[in-house]
Design a protein around this ligand. Structure first.
Ligand SMILES: [Zn+2]
Ligand SMILES: [Zn+2]
Length: 246
């Protein structure tokens, strides 16, 4: 009871802080640049939501008959499931760019809402929410981890504890952009470690902004599994197809 009150107070404080920021610096829609809104109804309506009925049950890629996709058959992931809200295009792509590259941190509260809805629909039992970590260099340059912002809001909204530093990068990787599936797997293989003091025995949800082949999720899940995580799930805002690898 005390804990749930604490969570809702944390939510109110964060929400209030961003309301004040919006008043001081009126926002623009991260999807279409409309004035005085962080994320507008039109942009929300334009998101091409991924239908959860005909996808690979493991990695979540659209798949006829909802059977295992060839990738998952060949390289059985260690996570239980990964799902994404929409396709990485149009307003959602713009909004993720704003969040990632233009310091539009306020939109993370709005974009965490569809993640919370999706999580409720999926009915996953999750003990802890965390995020895919950035490299130390990128974290320093950007000043924040966009996936951790989403994960934090998701935690505040759902009441599930959020902890940022569960997974760490044990080595830097080159950008996954433009790499093929097997190159992506190679690039991130063994790039992460996880803290067993936190992960052991827990069902853990990893948040990322975009997934393409799921290679990063798989590498993070392997680290969590090695640290004793019991179940590992992944949720991302968007899924990029091979044609969107830019
Ligand atoms: Zn808009
Ligand atoms: Zn799959």
């Amino acid at each position: 009871m005390t804990e749930s009150l604490g969570v809702s107070r944390a939510f109110r404080i964060s929400h209030g802080f961003w309301r004040v920021m919006d008043w001081l610096y009126p926002p623009r829609c991260a999807g279409c640049r409309k004035n005085n809104v962080r994320w507008c109804f039109d942009c929300q309506a334009k998101v091409k939501v991924i239908h959860q009925s005909s996808i690979c049950p493991l990695c979540g890629i659209p798949q006829p008959g909802a059977t295992l996709c060839p990738e998952c058959k060949a390289y059985q992931p260690v996570y239980t499931a990964v799902r994404s809200w929409g396709w990485y295009e149009g307003p959602l792509r713009n909004a993720i760019h704003q969040l990632k590259y233009h310091n539009d941190m306020g939109v993370s509260e709005e974009l965490a809402k569809p993640l919370a809805h999706l999580l409720a629909e999926l009915n996953w039992q999750v003990d802890l929410i965390t995020a895919v970590p950035l490299s130390k260099k990128r974290r320093r340059e950007r000043g924040y981890n966009q996936s951790a912002l989403l994960a934090r809001w998701l935690g505040l909204t759902t009441g599930i504890p959020f902890q940022e530093s569960v997974i760490e990068r044990s080595r830097d990787t080159t950008s996954q952009v433009g790499l093929h599936a097997h190159e992506r797997r190679q690039n991130v293989m063994g790039a992460f470690t996880a803290r067993s003091q936190i992960a052991a025995g827990k069902s853990i949800l990893i948040i990322d902004d975009v997934t393409t082949t799921g290679a990063t999720m798989q590498a993070c899940a392997q680290a969590l599994q090695a640290a004793g995580g019991s179940q590992i799930y992944g949720l991302t805002l968007a899924r990029a197809g091979q044609i969107h690898l830019n």
